[in-house]
Design a protein around this ligand. Structure first.
Ligand SMILES: NC(=O)c1ccc[n+]([C@@H]2O[C@H](COP(=O)([O-])OP(=O)(O)OC[C@H]3O[C@@H](n4cnc5c(N)ncnc54)[C@H](OP(=O)(O)O)[C@@H]3O)[C@@H](O)[C@H]2O)c1
Length: 327
């Protein structure tokens, strides 16, 4: 009889964690073999509580999608919380997983692990080759430590205990479960909200900061979840052939970047906004380009499926559900 793995998704109420749970269910994973805990039920920065949870539940696999996440303002204002909480959560989970004989774990990092001036598109090899973006350096250092925790446990215990802990580095994500807060949200949810409000208020124009020419890469969150499950389930021989023990993380992107102007115009169309889109060129543009090289993931047999227009449509429906419910 085949053994259905018991899977713990840490951060299951977050944008990515909830998408991973959705994807596992669609793939036929029984709901009663998915273990979750809310933040209120289990504070992952508490080592004793995390150890007790693992020893009681004994999961077979772990998706580590819990993290303290935020934009530039939050990262700049609370750097101690960002580095401390992320280091603690991942160290507690990875060590408790090892002590409780979890063989497979997937750690979620971020593209901010790469140097500010890394050559584009950014390859996995760019890790630790230069200075990080200062605004989120503490968060990035925690994420780099997460990759190195996985690699170190694999190197010390992989052969003797059969553990196989992997890491994925997503590009910018959007879609259901996103945060639409007016000040603390990422580009796509922020623009969805602004265009929606502009439409409702019959505003003649929406002004976007900068020239609109910087390019960014976006991935729909359900594609991200599918990539996570794909990487988790890859057989070890294939995974090992495409990675190295001390360079094991995998970029997850759609492989294409588009200008902020294109993003804004597509969101305006999706929302049904009829007014003008203008650009305030006196405001800074930020980094001109940020594209990940996802060829390692592509060679491992996965690529993104969701197109931007369809993804934005689904994201807008998600926003409407929340917006209408709240107002
Ligand atoms: N969203 C993106 O664009 C993006 C891009 C690249 C990488 N990522 C990575 O993907 C991962 C998930 O991100 P996300 O966007 O899904 O974040 P999210 O929506 O903020 O979800 C994070 C989850 O972690 C939980 N959590 C935080 N601190 C906790 C604690 N001390 N104990 C227990 N649970 C805790 C949160 O619960 P509470 O809300 O109750 O605290 C929340 O459910 C992160 O590692 C992030 O770096 C995300």
């Amino acid at each position: 009889m085949s053994h259905t793995p018991k899977i713990y998704v840490a951060g299951h109420r977050g944008m990515v964690g909830s998408a991973i749970v959705r994807h596992l269910l669609v793939q036929g994973q029984p709901a009663d073999r998915i273990v979750t805990r809310t933040h209120a039920e289990l504070d992952l920065t508490n080592q004793v509580a995390v150890n007790q949870f693992f020893s009681a539940e004994k999961p077979d696999q772990v998706y580590l999608a819990a993290a303290k996440v935020g934009g530039i303002h939050a990262n700049n204002t609370y750097p101690a919380e960002f580095i401390y909480q992320n280091l603690m959560m991942q160290a507690n989970i990875i060590d408790a997983a090892f002590r409780n004989r979890v063989k497979k774990l997937l750690f979620l990092g971020s593209s901010c692990i790469y140097p500010k001036l890394a050559p584009q598109p950014i390859q996995e090899e760019a890790l630790l080759t230069g200075t990080l973006e200062p605004t989120n350096e503490p968060y990035a250092i925690a994420k780099i430590a997460g990759i190195k925790l996985c690699e170190s446990y694999n190197r010390q215990y992989g052969a003797s205990q059969g553990i196989d802990y992997r890491s994925v580095m997503p590009t910018n994500l959007y879609g259901p479960g996103d945060n639409y807060h007016p000040e603390n949200s990422h580009v796509i949810p922020a623009l969805i909200r602004r265009f929606h409000e502009a439409k409702n208020n019959n505003a003649l124009s929406v002004t976007i900061w900068g020239t609109g020419t910087p390019k960014r890469e976006f991935l729909y969150v359900d594609d991200m979840a599918a990539a996570c499950v794909h990487v988790m389930n890859l057989d070890k021989t294939t995974y090992d052939r495409h990675t190295q023990p001390m360079l094991s993380h995998i970029n997850v992107g759609c492989g294409e970047d588009i200008t902020i102007r294109q993003v804004a115009e597509t969101i305006g169309k999706t929302v049904g906004y009829q007014g003008q889109i203008t650009f305030d060129t006196s405001k800074p543009d930020g980094t001109l380009r940020k594209l990940m090289d996802s060829s390692r993931l592509n060679a491992l047999g996965w690529k993104a499926h969701m197109g931007l227009e369809a993804g934005l449509h689904a994201a807008y429906q998600d926003f409407l559900t929340k917006y209408v419910n709240k107002n």
